[in-house]
Each structure stands twice: as C-alpha cells, then as structure tokens.
Design a protein around this ligand. Structure first.
Ligand code: SIN
Length: 507
C-alpha cells in the first residue's frame, strides 16, 4: 500500500514535496517486506526518509530492531527449503519476470531514486538500466551453474563436484546506488538458489521497497526476497545479527572500509561466507601520450558521476608534466559546464550530497587542503543558495601527500590534481594507498597500456575509459577495498559452495 493511502500527515508532506507530483506511484511503500507480507516494526516505530535536495519528507518506513530482523531471517530460512530445490530454469523464469517489471516501471523507479538519493534523473534512469541488467544477466546465468565430473584415479570410484546454494544471504547495501547494489547481489543469490534478507541504507530504503513490490508482482515466492528497514541507531545491532546469526550462511556488504572491517570480524565467529565491496581511493593517471579530449571526458565521467559519490570515483588525478597545464585548463572548462541543482530539474548534472555527515566531511577535506596550500581553480565552497547539502563542483591543484584529500576517499565533487614526471613516479603515487578498488589511466602508447595495466594495484582498471561498470564484468577490489567479485558469472561464486561427491564400489 502506498504512503498516500495510509497516513494523512505523511500524504500532505509528500504532496507538498516537488519530488512526487504524481499520485500514481504504486511502488512507494511504507512497510517492510518480510515473508511475502508488508509489515510494520513490532514496536510500530518508524523513521522519515528525506529528499537531500530540499530536506522534504518523502516517505516514512519501519524502524526495525533485531527481533523484527530475526523474523525475516527465519522466513528466509524456511523459504530456502523449497527455493533451493527449484530448477534453475524456474528461478530464471521468475527473475526474468522481475526484470520485465523493472523495465516497465523504470520511470517510477528512477523518480523514487532521485527523490531519496538526490542524483540527477538522467543518472537515476541510467542506474535503472544498470541495476535491471543484473537481473537480466542472472536470469540467464542460473542455468549455467554447472558442476563437474573429474577423471577418477580409481575405476571403482566416480568423482563428482556439485555446486549448491549456501543458504540465507544477508545483503547490506549502500545509498549511492540504491537499486543496482541490491540487484547485483540479489540477482546472483537468487539465481544460485539462495534466499535473501536485504538491509538497505537508511537514506534510501524506498527504492529497495519498490524493488520488493516488483518482486512480489513477479511471483517471487514468499520468504525468498525480504527487505527490512531500520534507522541509523539500530543499524549496527541489525548488522551484527545478520553477521552472527547461525541461520545466515553468508553476508554481502557494499559500503565503507571502516564498517567492512567490523562486519569481517563479526563474520569470523561463524566462519561466514563474506563478500565485501569497500571504499576506494582511485588514481586516474593521464600520461603525456594520452588523447587529451578522451582523458578529460573520462575524468568527468569517473569523478562527477553521482556527484563523486561512488566507490570507483577517481579520487586523485595524476597528470604527467608535459600535458599538465592543458589538462587543467580543459578540465576546468568541463567542470564549469556542470549544472548543479535538484535532480528532478531538466538539464541538471550535479545534485546535492546525500546527507549532512557527507556534506561536513567534504567541506572539511577541502578546508584541510586549502589550509595546507592547495588552490581551488574551480569551486571550493558550499552552494547554500541551492540547498543545505549542495557543494560546488571543485578542482584543487597543488595537492600534496600530507592532505586528507590525497589519503582519504572524498566521496564528493572534488577533483584533486597532482603533477608527476616519469611513468615510474606516476605508478608509485597511484599505488601509494591501502585501497585497491578501481584505477584509471589514459595513454595512446600500446606498450605503456599493457605495462601500466599490469602494475596498477587495483581490482579493476579503466584504460582510456572512465566508466567501467556493467553486469557482465567482475566488479571488486584488492587490498582494503574488499573481498570477492560481484557481477558476471563470478558473482555466483559468492553464493554457492562446491560439494565433492564420491560414488564408490562401482563394478
Ligand atoms: C559503488 O560505488 O559502490 C558502485 C559503483 C558501480 O557499480 O559502478
């Protein structure tokens, strides 16, 4: 049932909100989805979801605690008994139906996403296509989860390797991609025969619930796909339960490295299967040999997508000395061409930051850099005329290794530029971090391309390309950026285990 039908006060707030001018949004939910039913928290507690562009309340959802979540885990565990025994073809068919409904409801999903995350509507539409593509892919991959028969050294024994689903998977997802981070995990899990409990970020639960609504319409059996919602103060207890419950077989988390380390420790207790897609500090290196226009376009795509709030955002721009001045000029022009504003306004390419904590962090990082001698060539300050959470797209030069922007993941619209002389120096700076998610470089020299791609200490490299994500590719990092891979057929690995079956005493 939509929020419009339930709570007259919320309805008024929502109607006043520019984000949802249409009353025909059937995907907006104000309940969690557990065991095929829409339920409130047992305590009846709720929390508000706001639009970062204007602070307006756009929804109210249950603030669940560990007792509520235990119920969801129980539902997923019961449903696993039958879901694991469905055929891959049956699971693929249901996933395909879910995908079709996501396609049909793409505009509504995008509107909800822009309202709760602030991202420009064109980016939300792009994320709908991207997010849907994981369900499309895994609808097909389900029937390619094959085992092996291995050559036996003994004629009386057959050696079979079967792949089986691990069980209940807990999926803890972030606010920066409210749709795609759910489908990337859930698509693989459901295809493998696992059941899931999704805990979306408190900033963006409405997209997750909209996906649950479509799962219900697609005929996903009850208990197979559950979405529980909770506010920030319940999040750590709920996370702890998901990581320590004996009934959860595996956890997949996308979010900060700091939280990932906590979950890693919690999962150790039960030796849980764990997938971690954590923070990055992506270098983007432009060599003298680069095509400048390609490099500037690639930088804009990588740095400013979702206002810089992506784990794979270029965090440090390393520019070789001969091309440095021209690159800085061209990049400044491109940044000045961005249009800031609320995501639902036509032509907007840069929205607000997600919340006050993120806004304060970005402001503090820029201040620290300016205090230590960096120069803002473009931007460099908040844009309060647009709203409380807007920060100007910024370019900082004269960045040095003692600055926080050099060492920390910025997660904001701040391009930080450093100059280097030789290829060795560029690679050394690029690798001088504990993170290793994505890295990018621009070069037209084929020998350099293969040399540098090999030397970059990251899980994913974009060569002459700033946008590398797609469902068919294996997404993930090394070092402190995570464990495991998502997307592609490799994504299924996280949700299956190999069982060796020895059939003996054969004649
Ligand atoms: C992320 O930022 O966590 C994901 C980005 C992507 O899938 O491209």
């Amino acid at each position: 049932m939509s929020v419009y039908k339930l709570n007259v006060f919320t309805c008024r707030a929502v109607w006043k909100c520019k984000a949802f001018s249409s009353r025909n949004m059937h995907l907006l939910q104000d309940k969690a989805f557990v065991n095929g039913r829409w339920i409130a928290a047992a305590s009846n507690n709720t929390f508000q979801v706001t639009n970062p562009a204007d602070g307006c309340v756009i929804g109210v959802v249950p603030d669940m605690n560990t007792a509520d979540v235990q119920q969801a885990i129980g539902a997923a565990k019961s449903a696993f008994d039958s879901w694991q025994n469905t055929t891959a073809k049956e699971r693929g068919k249901i996933l395909r139906k879910w995908f079709d409904l996501m396609e049909q409801n793409g505009d509504e999903l995008a509107k909800i996403m822009t309202a709760e995350s602030g991202k420009p509507i064109t980016e939300s539409k792009g994320e709908v296509v991207y997010g849907n593509s994981f369900i499309d892919l895994y609808a097909e991959e389900a029937r390619r989860i094959n085992g092996e028969i291995i050559q036996s050294p003994m004629p009386s024994k057959k050696i079979l390797i079967e792949r089986q689903p691990i069980g209940v998977a807990a999926l803890i997802t972030p606010w920066n991609f409210p749709h795609a981070m759910i489908t990337r995990k859930a698509g693989a899990a459901l295809a493998a025969g696992c059941t899931v409990v999704v805990k979306p970020a408190e900033d963006t639960p409405l997209t997750a619930l909209a996906l649950a609504k479509l799962a219900e319409e697609a005929g996903v059996p009850q208990g197979v796909f559950n979405v529980i919602t909770c506010d920030r103060q319940n999040a750590s207890d709920v996370g702890n339960l998901l990581c320590t419950s004996d009934d959860v077989a595996g956890v997949s988390f996308t979010g900060s490295t700091a939280v990932g380390k906590i979950l890693y420790k919690q999962c150790a207790q039960g030796i849980k299967r764990l997938g971690l897609e954590l923070g990055g500090n992506a270098p983007l290196v432009v060599f003298d040999s680069a095509n400048l226009a390609v490099a500037v376009n690639g930088t804009m795509a990588s740095k400013f997508r979702n206002c810089g709030q992506t784990c794979v955002s270029a965090n440090r721009l390393l520019i070789q000395s001969k091309i440095y001045d021209t690159y800085v000029d061209e990049l400044s022009k491109a940044i000045k061409g961005l249009k800031q504003g609320r995501g639902d306004e036509a032509g907007v390419t840069a929205g607000p930051l997600i919340n006050k904590a993120q806004f304060d962090k970005v402001s503090a990082l820029v201040k620290d850099a300016l205090d230590k001698g960096a120069k803002a060539v473009v931007g460099g300050k908040p844009a309060p005329q647009l709203g409380d959470l807007f920060y100007e797209p910024t370019m900082l030069v004269n960045v040095t290794s003692d600055m926080r922007v050099y060492n920390e993941e910025v997660f904001g619209p701040i391009a930080t530029v450093l100059k280097f002389e030789t290829e060795e120096e560029g690679i050394k700076i690029a690798n001088s971090t504990n993170s290793g998610l994505a890295g990018y470089f621009f070069s037209e020299d084929v020998n350099q391309i293969f040399r540098v791609a090999r030397k970059m200490e990251v899980g994913m490299v974009g060569v002459n390309e700033g946008l590398i994500s797609c469902a068919e590719a294996a997404f993930g990092g090394i070092k402190e950026s995570g464990l495991g891979r998502e997307g592609s057929h490799h994504g299924i690995e996280e949700y299956t285990y190999y069982k060796y079956v020895c059939v003996g005493n054969l004649n």
